[in-house]
Design a protein around this ligand. Sequence first.
Ligand code: ADP
Ligand code: ADP
Ligand code: MG
Length: 542
Amino acid sequence: TCGICVEKCPFDAIEIINLPSELDDDPVHRYGENAFSLYGLPVPESGTVTGLLGPNGIGKSTAVHALAGETVPNLGRYNDPPEWETVLDRYRGTALQNYLERLMADEVSIARKPQYVDRIPDSFDGKTRELLAGTDERGVVDDLVDRLSIRPVMDQAIDTLSGGELQRVALAATLARDADFYFLDEITPYLDIGQRVTAARLVRELAEEEDRSMLVVEHDLAVLDLLGDRLHVAYGEPGAYGVVTDPKSVRNGINEYLQGYLDNENMRIRPEAITFEEHAPRQSTTGTPLVDYPDLRKSYGEGEFSLAVEGGTIYENEVLGIVGPNGIGKSTLAKLFAGAIDPDAGELAFSLDIAYKPQYVEVDQPMRVDTFLSTITDDFGTSFWNTEIARPLQLERIMEQQLTDLSGGERQRVAIAACLSEDADLYVLDEPSAHLDVEQRVQATTAIRRYAENHDATAMVIDHDIYMIDLLADRLMVFDGEPAERGHASTPQGMRSGMNDFLADLDITFRRDERTGRPRINKPDSQLDRKQKRQGEYYYAP
Ligand code: ADP
Ligand code: ADP
Ligand code: MG
């Protein structure tokens, strides 16, 4: 046991290889007897973007509540909570002393962006313009509205915005505040890569130019890498205990996290490493074709959005990555294949059985997870289904919960499971990475890949997390055009040429980390950036 539980571990803990020595000390905060305990806190620093990387349920929000002064950390004494003075005593002489003194003296102002932007419409009734007006303490909303491309929805009611629009509005609202300490609980869900990079730049500028202190929780590693000056890693047993490490460089922090071993702490946090393909994987053209389709056109009426699709072949057994900006026609393509809408030009002589996981997973059925999933497949509960679906998607712990009580990441995993459990020819998953932590992204990726391989199934996966696409896709379909006006879908192509087309359009190049081979975004106009652009190698650099 990890010292917290009395008998059998209720958290279904994986083997704990070595126990952190922090657990011998008092925690920063404990919710109750046998309840979650947090060890260690991130250290905010002005002029700095501090990243916080770790699984869901590991205490990131708990840490922020403490740093925001919303809860006085109880130092483990949940029965007899100490005063601030006592807490301060404990942190005297540490990097947190200065911050906590100012916090206690009420000298720290805090702005926070919540994790689940989908819930903003529940608490705000009005237009985008009205929401932003109330937050413009620095007089910068106008500029943020332009840079985050919010202008077109300024007079739209908040409850009609898409997830990506809500995310950008929430970012603008938070960054417009005049605070010392900004806390951003994930900045990337529902944003495309271009928008992610813009958001990262805005966060950096606020630290660099305004000397503010930024703390960012983020699961998109490429973006985290671009964003942060330093990184705290959080590890432990989600739901049981969490340990926040001392700050590391962002590069080392991410590398150690991927390798599953924390150097300074001498701590293994995962049995095996997460690895990336350094060179483009071979194109899999040996499979049996699932469909051959001709050039297609579809528009939604005079002057509205129009899509042109280049014809091509999709093979059984392959995972086709789909990349491109938001509003470019990716979902429209899925609907064409599913036969839900008809093309204006070109003919789809078939209609495939398509299982579709939409981008926004909405559940309002009052039903238990196990009941819901057993209505989808007769395989539910078989050892095969458990191995292929339930285990990698970590469903075992949430089977008895109500769908309506699930967190965003839990809902996402149930939706992926529901999609893969259907009996279909083609599985289309729209942004499966949203709200999943790094671990869960890797496991979901493995589940999707293995499922396609074992079932002669084909999966099309739309995602904006470049690490997930790298780990997942055999080939790529690349969308370009002008969002909301016209889109163009390329024929499925190999990873190398697909990544090149996609990233050239975004003007972003990647290099490889020397130690782990993981892709990292190059600084614009750096030597490598210019060299790779000259060579036309945006991702799999020679
Ligand atoms: P993260 O932000 O890393 O996802 P949280 O800090 O939100 O994690 O939660 C860490 C753990 O503490 C979770 O298991 C959560 O259920 C538990 N927890 C959070 N708030 C409370 C509370 N008020 N009482 C008891 N347990 C809580
Ligand atoms: P993506 O999946 O790439 O984000 P979509 O295919 O959902 O893009 O949408 C592409 C464009 O078509 C968007 O501007 C969207 O607003 C518009 N659109 C989607 N469905 C309809 C519809 N039924 N009628 C009119 N416009 C639509
Ligand atoms: Mg949280």
